[in-house]
Each structure stands twice: as C-alpha cells, then as structure tokens.
Ligand binder design. Structure first.
Ligand code: PMP
Length: 352
C-alpha cells in the first residue's frame, strides 16, 4: 500500500520535480534590506483602518472581485475599473496571468537578470522559460526575446534588481511585434514616476502589473493588481478565481488610496532622496552603483555572496546577485530611513 501511494504522488507531482521552492534565505537579522518594502512603515489612515477592523470582516466572505478597490485603484493609476484585476499580491496576478495565457509547453521569455519568481511561475504552470541576457546598457535584448517566439513576454520597469527603466520605444516595439501577451511588471513604478498604463489603455496585448507592497507599505496584506484591455483582465480574473483579496486587505488598501496619498508621495520622495545619498556614499568609497529608478540600489561588488554573509554576521542583510551579465557580482540594497542606511554602510565597510 505505501508503494501505491508513493507512485500516485510521484505521478501527480511530476510537473513540480524541477521547480525550486522560492527561498531568498531570509534568516532573521536586525536590519533586513533585502525585500524593497517600505521601511518607514504603513500609511496612517490605513493603519487605523486595519487596527479597527470590524469582526464581520473576518466572519463573512470578502467581495468577489474587489469592485470597490478597483474603483480607487483605477483613479490612482489613470485606468478604468473594467481594465483592472486585483490579486493576492502581484505574484498572484503574474501566476494567474501565466495560467490564463499559457498552454503546456508555450514559452515565457524574460530578460535577465529580472524578477526571480518568473522562471518559477512559468514552470509551475507547465510553461517553458527562456531567459535572455540583457544588453550592456541594461535594456532587454528585444530581438533575441522576440526570436524565442514567446506566448508571454515578461518585462520589468524599473527592473529588479538593476533599477533600470525600460525604454519606451522598446516597450512599444514589444507590444507591436510580440506574438502573444506582453507583461510589464511595474512593482516599483511609483519611485520612477514613469508608467505605461496609458499604453495598456490603448492596446489589447499589454498587461501592466502593479503592487501595493512597495510604495504603499502593505506587503504583508498582499494587494496586487493588473491593468489591461477588458478581455485580457477578464481572463486573468477567471484563472485567478473569486475571493482572492481578503476583506481586511481590501479595506486597508482602500483607506490608503482614499486618505493617505500625501504620506505615500512624501515617502516615495524620501526613498528617492536617500537612494541618491546612499549612491553618493558608495561612490565616495570607490564603488559605482547602477543608476536606479526604484527604492533600491544595485552595487557591483566583487565576491558579493561573501560580502553579504559577512554583513549578515553583523546583523545587516542586503541581497547578493552573483555574476550578472556585463556587471558581475552585485549587492542589492533596499533604501529606507537614513539612520538604517548608516548602519548598512558600517556593516558594508566592515565586510569589504
Ligand atoms: N514584481 C517584482 C519586480 C518584485 O520585485 C516583487 C516583489 N519582490 C513582486 C513583483 C511581487 O510583489 P508582491 O507579490 O508583494 O506584490
């Protein structure tokens, strides 16, 4: 009997045999600068809303498709509610969209380096992942990406981990020439002040993916959204299913959008200011951080893994990205309040 169960399980899980479990090795440290969240905290009215949540929010089901939140997100993003789909973080949007548009074996192509979850989501959904090294100017190699004949072409702006903004003409060409759907991940768009939502409002094959985990400080609540043509987002919504946004998350996110935009803007501006100050401090130490338009800085450092470990031993975590094309080993540092970045610099100095 135990053998039969094992065989059945092996049959059922064949798809997952070579799918790694995402594990960025986040052992506790006193200062974690690895996940690009809002290190100033959460917006005040959102916090009050969260703390005073009525019990009925927990005992009853949430709204099916977060209709109220879609209205507020549409106003914020310059879209319309019929062009929006929400999800349990933008991870959920990416995963559901791959399920919606991919068929077994179809290609998901992404520029590399980029968001580490993309190859995992592709394989999880039975799709074939093709990674293409970016050009020396940190822009995607669009010719090579299109040559892979992708059902789904994933682009990220600002890109994680480099911080580079995607050139608009490359995006427009991708939308024109891609044989399938183009995903544009704008998880950090608020920090860049650049977005392609306007394009997603006009074409039928562009899905812009966004999140409230970064600028809005709500990573733990898991609120993400996608913007695209009504038929496109409806397919994502079908593959995502109902009730994906929990009731507390929806109400808190709504409060942030309705009442906390001044707080959000102020802290986005502070992140940008401190990113530049950190870049200067690193330049003074002889390093050349990549130009970043997000709330993190990617710094070429030799032996980044060893440096990261030595910093961890001092209670500070930054994320090493070994052997990036054209730039070699790098450390990615999330930007937050300046006293935290001073602690980071002390650990960095000790470790290098
Ligand atoms: N896209 C990018 C580029 C990211 O860096 C992240 C988070 N690290 C996500 C998507 C997922 O964010 P979330 O699921 O919290 O919205």
């Amino acid at each position: 009997m135990p053998d039969a169960v094992t065989d059945r399980l092996r049959f059922a899980r064949a798809l997952y045999d070579d799918v790694p479990l995402y594990d960025p090795k986040r052992a506790p440290v006193s200062l974690d600068l690895t996940d690009n969240t809002n290190l100033w905290g959460m917006p005040p009215v959102a916090e009050h809303t969260w703390r005073s949540m009525p019990v009925a929010r927990v005992t009853r089901y949430p709204s099916l498709y977060a209709a109220e939140l879609k209205e507020a997100l549409a106003t914020f993003a310059g879209a319309s509610p019929d062009r929006l789909v929400t999800g349990c973080g933008s991870d959920d949007i990416l995963d559901s969209a791959m399920r919606a548009f991919g068929e077994p074996g179809s290609v998901v192509a992404s520029s590399e380096p980029s968001f580490a979850m993309i190859p995992i989501f592709a394989r999880m959904n039975g799709l074939r992942y093709v990674g293409i090294a970016e050009r020396a100017d940190q822009q995607p190699d669009l010719d090579a990406l299109l040559a892979a004949n992708p059902r789904i072409l994933y682009l990220c702006s600002p890109n994680n981990p480099t911080g580079a903004v995607l050139a608009r003409e490359l995006l427009e060409r991708a939308v024109r020439e891609a044989p399938g759907v183009v995903f544009l991940d704008e998880a950090y768009a608020e920090f860049a002040g650049v977005s392609a939502v306007d394009l997603a409002m006009r074409v039928d094959n562009l899905l812009v993916i966004r999140t409230m985990s970064k600028a809005f400080g709500l990573a733990g609540l898991r609120v993400g959204y996608g913007i695209g043509a009504p038929a496109l987002v409806r397919d994502v919504e079908k593959s995502r299913g109902p009730y994906k946004l929990n009731a507390m998350a929806e109400q808190t996110a709504l409060a942030a959008l309705q009442h906390d935009m001044a707080w959000v803007r102020e802290h986005v501006a502070l992140a940008v200011q401190n990113r530049e100050r950190l870049a200067q401090a690193l330049v003074q130490r002889g390093y050349t951080p990549l130009p970043s338009h997000a709330n993190y800085l990617c710094v070429p450092v030799s032996n980044a893994v060893a440096v990261g470990q030595a910093m961890r031993a001092r209670g500070v975590a930054a994320r090493p990205f070994p052997a990036l094309p054209h730039v070699g080993d790098t450390l990615r540092i999330s930007v937050g309040p300046w006293p935290l970045l001073e602690q980071l610099l002390t650990a960095f100095d000790d470790a290098t």
